[in-house]
Design a protein around this ligand. Structure first.
Ligand code: FAD
Length: 470
């Protein structure tokens, strides 16, 4: 079949959250034409595959695209949320992105969107994609740049089968299937200690499952972030700004890496499930203190490494085995969510790679990259504003992330246009905290000065901590 020719300024592979945030800012800052191609049937990327009870891990207030609020700006009043700012559900996130596409992008006349299409070009000069439904082929002439918005390769249990062997006779489901449970099981085995494992445990407990019947397989204990410390709005100003200051002060005062984590924990900036176990993971996952107390009700935590096989009466792990039961429900939460990426440049000739340039903030990062693409021309300078911030995996990544983050932040502040854009960006966490601050708020302004001073000292101390990472 002949390919239909298309010409566009920007070809964006992916229509996930990062692509949507990028396109939104590019539309606002330029007159460019854009083609978006995605394998999913609707925008939102991995949120299309998420489990029914998934929610954002960060407040809706700074997620989505810059030009449109997500959610009501209210606080959740549920048992576990502690009255913190609302976290959109997966369904709300999908509906939001659909509205952004249908009410903003497409009516602009500058965006053409091709859902259910697979890009199969070489990402250099041969740009082609085809419909997964009709088989129609398209050949794209890209006048400006290719935007690769697929680097997240978000792995969720429903799309990534377990990497361990599951023998016949074992009941093992991805956590997407938990709400399909139609009869109680005498035991529930949660495989995985990341955010999805945490969500599975909390869902079981919320649905009245007795903690004693839950077995939690935890290959790595994670350091966790207290959600109360990352709240938008001025009512949490002291806690948020004070918390950031405490983190910088810990960097300055730490005489070793273990000492740093002890100080961060003592300041309430990092939490762990069991205070007697040294965490070996850090993935930016957030919990409330109430959620943490709930999780601590589960006593049967298995720390024998990763699962290799689940047999009807035995679970084989890297460092031993435990008994199980054919009537137990095993819940797979082992997909790694976001893979570790090799070092890459955001601006790489004719390609823009949507990478994280701010700590665990993929959508804000994508919007900022679009601003830089719209207003700067020199690739070296553009990359200096957008140094890749690593995807966290192990605790010491907390240090690497701050080192990259603080470098980027410092450069952003030196560019007049970018600094102005940051001040009005709803995706920039600090903006959501300080917006509306008055000159008469002297106490808060003093706190911001302390934050700024401690950040400068932390910047100077980070190389020493980085050097201590083996
Ligand atoms: C449970 C969960 C909760 C999360 N909560 C938060 C949160 O609160 N805050 C936050 O900032 N982040 C959160 N994240 C991280 C989340 O990954 C990002 O927020 C964001 O959704 C990632 O978007 P993305 O566009 O980079 O990637 P994806 O969502 O993975 O989108 C990539 C898209 O590219 C498409 N694609 C790939 N290859 C091709 C191809 N060849 N042709 C066509 N299309 C292709 C895919 O179909 C997909 O739709 C969470 C993640 C999970 C799993």
């Amino acid at each position: 079949m002949d390919a239909t020719p298309i010409a566009t300024d920007y070809l964006v592979i992916g229509a996930g959250a990062a692509a949507m945030a990028f396109v939104d800012t590019l539309l606002n800052e330029t007159n460019a034409s854009i083609v978006m191609v995605d394998r999913h049937a609707q925008p939102g990327g991995h949120w299309n595959d998420a489990y029914p009870f998934v929610r954002l891990h960060q407040p809706s207030a700074c997620y989505g695209v810059n030009s449109r609020e997500l959610g009501s700006g209210k606080k959740d009043q549920t048992e576990l949320s502690e009255g913190l700012y609302e976290l959109a559900s997966g369904a709300q996130v999908l509906s939001y992105f659909e509205q952004v596409m249908n009410q903003q992008f497409l009516p602009s006349g500058r965006v053409r969107y091709f859902p259910m299409c697979n890009y199969s070009g070489d990402r250099v000069g041969d740009h082609r994609f085809s419909s997964l439904v009709s088989g129609e082929n398209y050949q794209v002439q890209v006048r400006k740049k290719l935007v690769d918005a697929t680097h997240a390769q978000t792995a969720v249990p429903s799309t990534h089968p377990p990497q361990y062997r599951v023998e016949p006779g074992v009941q093992c489901v991805p956590l997407n299937d938990l709400p399909k449970t139609r009869h109680p099981h005498p035991g529930y085995v949660v495989v995985g200690s990341g955010k999805t494992g945490i969500d599975a445990c909390l869902w079981l407990l919320q649905n009245g499952v007795a903690p004693a019947t839950i077995c939690w397989i935890m290959p790595n204990d994670p350091w966790l972030i207290d959600r109360a410390n990352v709240q938008p709005g001025q009512d949490s100003f002291e806690r948020t700004i004070g918390g950031l200051t405490a983190q910088f002060e810990a960097i300055v005062a730490a005489d070793s890496i273990p000492d740093l984590f002890a100080k961060l924990e003592a300041a309430g900036q990092l939490l762990r499930i069991d205070e007697s176990v040294e965490p070996t993971a850090y993935r930016c996952a957030t919990v409330t203190q109430t959620e943490l107390r709930e999780l601590r009700r589960i006593d049967n935590i298995v720390r024998l490494g990763r699962v290799r096989a689940i047999e009807p009466t035995r679970i084989v792990l890297e460092q031993g085995s435990i008994a199980t039961d054919p009537s137990a429900l095993h819940i797979d939460c082992s997909a790694s969510a976001i893979p570790i990426l090799p070092a890459m440049k955001v601006f790489d000739g004719g390609t823009i790679n949507l990478l994280m340039v701010s700590s665990c903030q993929p959508v804000f990062s994508a919007a900022l990259i679009a601003y830089v693409e719209s207003h700067l021309a020199d690739q070296t300078e553009m990359n200096a504003f957008c140094m890749m911030v690593p995807v966290p995996r192990v605790p010491t990544d907390w240090i690497r992330i701050w080192a990259a983050n603080l470098g980027n932040q410092q450069r952003w502040g030196q560019h007049e246009g970018l600094a102005r854009w940051l001040k009005q960006s709803r995706l920039y966490f600090l903006t959501t905290v300080v917006s509306g601050l008055l000159e008469t708020d002297t106490e808060k302004l003093e706190q911001l000065r302390r934050l700024s001073a401690s950040r400068e000292r932390a910047r100077a101390s980070l190389p020493q901590l980085l050097a201590a990472i083996a």
